[in-house]
Design a protein. Structure first.
Ligand SMILES: [Zn+2]
Length: 389
């Protein structure tokens, strides 16, 4: 048994505790959380740290199999151009891809990340995930615009899903602009109710233009990639309002990015009565589009907010603390305790892991992360993280 204490312990569930003490056993399971004057902890040797102790983070959105693309794409070119670059340049030797997946996995663990929602198109990350101390939920992405592609792509995704731990993998549509209405119709009929969904949503204004008017940079992207755009018709409304009703209604859903989601869209989504989470990936949004989501539109849905890093194709770190700093820096009204909830317990709920991690509570194995260089619980550039457990 180990007793870890810090200047401030933030369990996420419940109030923070000055000089609190966390008892943790050899497996990393929390067996007690105590105030400093608790008679139980006066008797034992306590390891004290100057800093803020928080549970391990949840990275709700990543593509670890793109880790070999670090530094290979230009910034602020907009999503369609970014996508064509990734599609053209992602090919590499499997050994090289796996070596970079391994490096990314280790770095995420060291940065205090305890669980990851990870999108894949291949099985290349399966072996690393199996060995990793991080708990992954793998989303196998599906894209199908032409009718004849629908069934073969679903079959292939199912084959890939099979490489990953059964309870921790599901198949998911990749994005509204890469899936036709016909695809959604087939998809909704064939998935289980416990199949988690995670779809890129309104990452670019071009996506809304495609659905509203059938115009804009996505049409150039389809032409360049030799894709048939005839599946899309002008709908006179934003993308999410067009495709969401076609997604199976009872499946838990993570909407990723939401950079160009309007207040009206948020109302529309909430009226659907779905179990939905909003994931923000601030550094990737700044990298690709140079814009951030209108966070205020979502803040009434606090418990539904989660944070992701996206991939090293659109980010220079896979570090949730760095994403939190960007949010704190750009949105004055968000405080650390709020953002920490998004980065921990909410992400755990989104991935179906809240009974295991996301808060410092008895019976969980959340990991323990020490934040150093923090004053008055403010997230400034000087704050660093260190995994203790
Ligand atoms: Zn993504």
């Amino acid at each position: 048994m180990k007793y870890v204490s810090a200047s401030i312990v933030v369990p996420v569930k419940g109030n923070f505790i000055k000089n609190g003490v966390v008892a943790i056993d050899g497996s990393g399971t929390v067996t007690g959380v105590f105030a400093e004057d608790d008679p139980l902890v006066r008797e034992v040797a306590v390891e004290f740290h100057d800093g803020v102790l928080v549970p391990g983070f949840v990275n709700a959105h990543c593509h670890i199999e793109l880790s070999h693309m670090l530094g290979k794409t230009d910034r602020e070119v907009g999503l369609p151009k970014f996508l064509s670059t990734v599609m053209k340049m992602r090919a590499a030797e499997p050994d090289e891809i796996i070596a970079d997946i391994k490096r990314a996995d280790r770095s995420m663990y060291e940065k205090g990340i305890q669980a990851v929602g990870d999108h894949v198109n291949t099985e290349l990350s399966a072996a690393v995930k199996k060995e990793s101390p991080i708990i992954y939920h793998t989303f196998v992405e599906l894209m199908a615009m032409a009718k004849e592609d629908i069934q073969p792509r679903i079959d292939r995704a199912r084959d890939i899903e099979f490489y990953f731990e059964p309870d921790r993998a599901s198949i998911t549509p990749h994005a509204p602009y890469s899936c036709s209405k016909d695809f959604f119709k087939v998809f909704r009929k064939m998935i289980r109710e416990d199949n988690l969904l995670s779809i890129h949503n309104q990452e670019s204004e071009e996506e809304n233009r495609l659905f509203r008017y059938k115009e804009g940079a996505f049409l150039d992207f389809y032409a360049e990639m030799g894709l048939d755009a005839s599946a899309f018709k002008a709908q006179a409304r934003n993308s999410v309002q067009s495709y969401l009703p076609h997604l199976p209604r009872n499946n838990k859903l993570i909407l990723v990015h939401n950079t160009f989601t309007s207040l009206k869209d948020v109302d529309f989504i909430n009226r659907q009565g779905r179990d939905v989470f909003f994931c923000v990936c601030p550094k990737a949004n700044l990298y690709i589009e140079g814009k951030l989501p209108k966070i205020l539109n979502f803040v009434p849905d606090q418990e539904r907010m989660v944070i992701g890093t996206d991939s090293l194709a659109s980010n220079d770190t896979l570090d949730i603390l760095e994403e939190m700093k960007v949010l704190a820096d750009h949105f004055d009204h968000l405080d650390f305790l709020q953002i920490l909830q998004w980065a921990t317990i909410n992400g755990a709920a989104a991935l179906g892991l809240s009974d295991m991690l996301g808060s410092i509570e008895v019976g969980k194995r959340p990991g323990l992360v020490l934040l150093e260089g923090m004053h008055n619980l403010r997230l400034t550039d000087n704050v660093t993280s260190r995994r203790l457990v």
